[in-house]
Design a protein around this ligand. Structure first.
Ligand code: F6R
Length: 605
């Protein structure tokens, strides 16, 4: 999705902004642009380019100097990717420049009104209307011009504004799209993502929805869109600049898959309480008495996080015996859900900024529900909006497709399920059993990662398939869903996921030698049922790749994974399938870290 970076201070701004844009490249974009203000005249100079940040860099002239500037990577929504539609947008007099993330819903009405007043538009974007509103506003201060203009727009924004007549400041505002201020020594940064800031400062202030800020080189202040001052305490970002580097791997995806033993170790660290065979989750804000009154749990997330939520629901049902289910947040928010006071809602999101999830949380809060967050990015919008929650501590995830965050989110759910279970009816011995299982995970994940060479060979064999089927039963079904999503996202091979039990109700018609099936076959009480599904596929000459605890006779190939507790097995079964998707995509020559049409964090509808 779009990215914003801005700077005001003493340093030459263009190289700083270009570096910031490079750090935001992972979010996905199709054009980029930069504006700097000349230190002497205050005049604004702009360069934009369709394509990559390096295309923009190639266009930046030698004398593009200044100490204040804003820059942007754009993901096309209104208008195709082009030089004209790239941000920043400026008014005809070259006084105002803005960069904007989000969508202005009433842009066409405002465009018609402004056109009737004689304004000439240079782009097809929704953002340009805001530029003209600010430029035409006759308030005395930049803050007031921006504030009054924002009042006229409907929609979402993270926005940064420069004005040639007020060149000692940048004014920023947030409504539904992240804006983070970075505080340096006599310099200030702004960005839509801490990734663009951490190589310069780790002291940040995250704006809330409805909040604005004025940043100057040595000072900043925050206030609401109605003008009331707010207090903003800077916090320290945990993540180091190096966590965003590739660290010797060829792709971020490979790096992030490999990091999983350490990442899982982190989500467990400091949380296990052996004395009571439970875990401590400091940020939950839910005491034991309240936890006992929960009658249902509803988990909401999108994509991979939704799949993690499905596994989470299974963990909660089996360990805490609370009825639980998961639903895509994007669907939930549009079906006027019945919000029940005895239901605990849990929003799951790696980025903590996914608009569909945030909107579902806001709708739930409006209806008086209690909402917890299971989130990776500390201080993100969903984390702040929730009443409490569990951070998944996976570290930054740069690859567009999620791997380590998925695994850590599921582990976080296991912790939550254990915590709730031990408050309710889970026995001490079962608590101990799960804790032992959790402690084994990092080592068992390392064991699986060591089999990468074998999985690579298998992936090369299966890469020629036009389509693939993934099946699993009960706990194995969300694993199949996630593995199928991973494969299609990065290899572009069509894939379907079905509960193994549903095969005979329809999808069996598809089975033939050209359609390989990946089957999740744990050694649990459903083993014989799963084997029966393999028989059915084999009888129709289907090729089978089983992910299992023991060799499967009916399968053409079996990838063996170490056994843990049955409740935790889905965590391990997912890992070789991440590698399968990775090596399939690699052998097909795909751009693994930036799959086509996808963005890292979907902050628009
Ligand atoms: C797939 C993937 C997406 C995200 C989804 C939600 O690999 O990463 O499906 O899981 O867009 O994102 P978050 O978790 O940031 O809310």
């Amino acid at each position: 999705m779009c990215g914003i970076v801005g700077y005001i201070g003493k340093r030459d701004v263009a190289p700083l902004l270009l570096e910031g844009l490079q750090r935001l490249e992972y979010r996905g974009y199709d054009s980029a642009g930069v504006v700097v203000s000349s230190p002497k005249s205050g005049g604004l100079k702009m360069v934009k380019a369709k394509g990559r940040v390096r295309d923009l860099e190639a266009r930046v002239p030698k004398r593009f100097t200044g100490t204040t500037g804003i820059a942007h990577t754009r993901w096309a929504t209104h208008g195709a990717p082009s030089d004209e539609n790239a941000h920043p947008h400026m008014d005809a007099d070259g006084k105002v420049a803005i960069v904007h993330n989000g969508i202005i819903d009433n842009a066409s009405d405002l465009r018609a009104k402004l056109t009737a007043e004689g304004v000439e538009f240079l782009s097809e974007t929704d953002t340009e209307v805001l530029t003209h509103l600010i430029a035409r506003n006759d308030a005395d201060t930049l803050e007031e011009k921006v504030r009054q203009s924002l009042k006229q727009i409907e929609g979402t924004y993270g926005v940064a504004v420069m004005h040639a007549d007020f060149n000692d400041r940048i004014v920023v505002a947030r409504n539904g799209s992240p804006v983070v201020l970075g505080i340096g020594e006599k310099e200030m940064f702004v960005a839509s993502d801490v990734a663009a800031l951490v190589s310069h400062t780790r002291q940040v202030v995250t704006l809330d929805d409805g909040e604005m800020a004025t940043i100057k080189a040595d000072d900043f202040r925050t206030y609401t869109t109605s003008g009331t001052r707010t207090t903003a305490e800077p916090t320290t970002v945990e993540w180091e600049a190096e966590s965003y580097d590739m660290g010797g791997h060829d792709t971020y995806m490979h790096k992030e898959i490999s990091e999983q033993p350490d990442a899982v170790d982190r989500v467990l660290r400091g949380r296990i309480d052996d004395r009571f065979s439970t875990v401590h989750l400091g940020g939950l804000n839910l005491d034991a008495r309240e936890a006992r009154t929960i009658r249902r749990i509803k988990i909401l997330g999108c994509g991979t996080s939704y799949h993690a939520g499905l596994i989470g629901a299974g963990l909660i049902e089996s360990l805490a015996r609370i009825p639980a289910d998961a639903e895509p947040a994007s669907e939930f928010r549009y079906r006027n859900p019945v919000v029940d006071p005895d239901t605990l809602y849990i929003a799951v999101s790696q980025s903590g900024e996914t608009y569909d999830v945030l909107a579902a949380v806001q709708e739930l809060k409006r209806k008086g529900a209690r909402v917890l967050g299971v989130v990776n990015v500390v201080g993100s919008a969903i984390a702040r909006e929730a009443d409490g929650g569990v951070y998944v501590h996976a570290g930054p995830e740069v690859c567009v497709v999620s791997t380590k965050c998925f695994t850590n989110t599921v582990v976080a759910f296991a912790l939550l399920a254990l915590h709730l279970g031990r408050i309710r009816d889970l026995s001490v011995s079962d608590g101990k059993r799960i804790i032992e299982g959790l402690r084994k995970l990092p080592e068992q994940i390392s064991e699986i990662l060591e089999t990468e060479g074998d999985i690579k060979k298998l992936a090369e064999q299966y890469a020629e398939a036009k389509s693939m089927m993934f099946i699993g039963r009960v706990r194995g079904y969300p694993v199949a869903l996630e593995a199928s999503l991973k494969l299609k996202e990065i290899s572009y091979i069509h894939a379907e996921a079905y509960p193994a039990s549903e095969l005979k109700h329809g999808p069996l018609a598809l089975i033939e030698p050209a359609l390989p099936t990946v089957a999740i076959v744990p050694d649990d009480d459903l083993l014989e049922k799963n084997r029966a599904a393999l028989e059915e596929i084999k009888a129709r000459s289907g090729r089978i790749l089983a992910v299992a605890h023991q060799e499967q006779e009916k399968a053409d190939h079996t990838v063996l994974v170490p056994k843990n507790e049955p409740e935790l097995d889905p965590i391990l079964m997912g890992i070789p399938l991440q590698l399968l998707a990775y090596h399939t995509a690699l052998s097909l020559g795909r751009d693994i870290d930036k799959p086509r049409n996808l963005a890292k964090s979907v902050t628009v509808e």
